[in-house]
Design a protein around this ligand. Structure first.
Ligand SMILES: [Fe+2]
Length: 238
């Protein structure tokens, strides 16, 4: 499996606190069937984590790769970002301050859970206008999606990808979020499931449990597509 949304890069956001925690999370991922993972630190959050792409981040990535090699943990690390869809986000993507997923045309975008659908639409338009494909992070957590799958259908119709969090599917964010995740799965509107892993203790970077859940409740073919095939397409820019 391939995980396109994770907070393992140590000490840069609310994810792994240090290299030791990051390696622990990587070990858990490998032990449960993940072979590759895109590091997606929070980026461009108004009043929050900024993480513009920099020499310092690049060094952290190199250190993390080296540590995995030293420990014999066979996990391919790719770089990306969970970019907050602020009004000026297109500018930051165009300049390379905010990264796409593994330098592809796919960009992982998050919004406030109580964001305004009109503002979200404007931001998505501005990102599309750059020729980039929005991968909308955890839409099941957005209140403005409630009971309104027509918005999700519209996004999918425009070629955007919807990425669900494993925790949402498994019920860690409550029944409402789980209900929305399930509705998106039943309608086959979700195209990717990722860990959004933040720590080795809670919100881990493992995917096997959600794979089994989806294979049993929906289908094995859909689980393969959500956790392996579409993520692979994204990181290969296909
Ligand atoms: Fe995240």
């Amino acid at each position: 499996m391939l995980d396109i949304h994770s907070h393992l890069l140590p000490g840069v956001d609310d994810g792994a606190e240090d290299l030791e925690e990051a390696c622990q999370m990587a070990r858990q991922a490998v032990d449960t069937g993940t072979t590759g993972l895109v590091l997606t630190p929070h980026c461009n959050i108004p009043g929050g984590f900024q993480n513009p792409w920099s020499e310092a981040l690049s060094q952290k990535l190199a250190d993390f790769r080296q540590a995995l090699q030293r420990l014999g943990i066979p996990l391919t690390l790719m770089m990306g970002a969970e970019v907050f869809g602020a009004d000026d986000v297109a500018q930051h993507l165009a300049s390379g301050r905010a990264l796409t997923l593994n330098a592809s045309r796919y960009v992982l975008l998050e919004f406030w859970t109580n964001d305004h659908p009109g503002r979200v639409a404007r931001v998505l338009d501005s990102v599309s206008a750059l020729g980039l494909v929005p991968v909308i992070a955890h839409p099941e957590r957005y209140h403005f999606l409630e009971e309104d799958l027509s918005l999700a259908r519209d996004w999918v119709g425009r070629g955007f990808l919807l990425q669900l969090n494993k925790g949402s599917v498994l019920g860690s964010f409550g029944r409402r979020v789980q209900g929305r995740a399930d509705a998106l799965l039943r309608a086959r509107l979700a195209q990717v499931v990722a860990s959004d892993g933040h720590s080795p203790y809670q919100r881990t970077a493992t995917l096997h449990e959600v794979y089994v859940h989806i294979a049993q409740r929906h289908s094995r073919a859909y689980a393969d597509s959500l956790l392996r095939d579409t993520p692979l397409r994204i990181v290969n820019n296909a």
